[in-house]
Design a protein around this ligand. Structure first.
Ligand code: C2E
Ligand code: MG
Ligand code: MG
Ligand code: MG
Length: 286
């Protein structure tokens, strides 16, 4: 009897696995068609200077509205896009959309802000990447200095030499580079010193428990002071409360991104904010 039960469990386990695999394959196929079907859109989250209360930049974040299942979170579909290589065409679409949007805001007379775009390893290590960026800039007319690419530590560590080479080319073009989710990866501090980056983004996992969490306080303060010494800008992600803003301000970190100021929103909402809070000519002091 026990044996039978065991076999039944085993069978249901197997069919559950099969269902999972089938689900994944179905999603993969849908993801492959989503671009052509116009199911993607880009939302933008402001990055704010708490000293001047101005918007310095916006981060472009991809959204997938599935026609049947509704919105699917990036945490679910970005890894799938990376594994399948679909991130290359999808990421190019995000980059181009963001560049055209940034230029459109400038053409509408709004203050120039930095446009930050997330880049995956598969994109960045692709032979065509630098020319893809160059084409997005020239087609849109956005100046290179208004574009920032966010890279993760794990991306950089995958192929440090290859990455540095590509980073140097982009820097020569005038594009700004930053490290996203800083502190969650394993980049060595000695490697960091040699990277042509302008900014560290403190990962939101370290911000969440501020100002109470003792360890997080220590980590955040250390990252901020290291950034100062290395002459890098630093921005805190995932800032949700006044207490967090106050702690960061006291710790000499004045750039924040998070729900405290705004969730990622549609372009029209950014336009309204830029009219109100974007100071004319408010470019980031790099
Ligand atoms: P990320 O680049 O670190 O982006 C920040 C994430 O934090 C976003 O999640 C944003 O909505 C969320 N966030 C912002 N403020 C707060 C806050 O105050 N509290 C909390 N709890 N969360 C906040 P989202 O949009 O779900 O994106 C998740 C990740 O997916 C991104 O993390 C990025 O790694 C990836 N991603 C999104 N769009 C793209 C893209 O176009 N290309 C690539 N390669 N990756 C993307
Ligand atoms: Mg990011
Ligand atoms: Mg991040
Ligand atoms: Mg990230």
């Amino acid at each position: 009897r026990a044996k039978e039960l065991g076999r039944n469990n085993c069978q249901s386990y197997t069919s559950e696995m099969n269902a999972k695999v089938r689900d994944r394959l179905r999603r993969q196929k849908q993801l492959g068609e989503a671009l052509a079907n116009g199911e993607f859109r880009v939302v933008y989250q402001p990055q704010v200077d708490t000293r001047s209360d101005t918007i310095l930049g916006v981060e472009a974040l991809l959204r997938w509205d599935h026609p049947v299942d509704g919105p699917i979170p990036p945490m679910t579909f970005i890894p799938l896009a990376e594994e399948t290589g679909l991130i290359v065409p999808i990421g190019e679409w995000v980059l181009r959309t963001a560049c055209f949007q940034g230029k459109a805001w400038q053409d509408a007379g709004l203050p120039a802000v930095t446009m930050s775009v997330n880049v995956s390893a598969r994109q960045f290590l692709h032979d065509e990447w630098v020319s893809t960026v160059a084409r997005a800039l020239s087609d849109s007319g956005l100046e290179a200095r208004h574009l920032e690419l966010e890279l993760t530590e794990s991306l950089i560590m995958q192929d440090l030499d290859g990455c540095i080479e590509t980073m140097k080319k982009l820097k020569e073009m005038g594009v700004q580079l930053s490290i996203d989710d800083f502190g969650t990866g394993y980049s060595s501090l000695s490697a960091l010193k040699h990277l042509p980056i302008v900014r560290l983004k403190i990962d939101k996992s370290f911000v969440r428990e501020l100002p109470q969490g003792e360890d997080d306080r220590a980590i955040v303060m250390a990252v901020i002071s290291m950034s100062r010494r290395l002459n890098l800008n630093v921005i805190a992600e995932g800032v949700e409360t006044q207490e967090q803003v106050d702690f960061l301000r006291e710790s000499d970190c004045h750039e924040i991104q998070g729900y405290y100021f705004s969730r990622p929103v549609a372009p029209g909402d950014i336009e309204v904010m830029l009219r109100e809070r974007g100071e004319v000519g408010a470019l980031r002091a790099v």
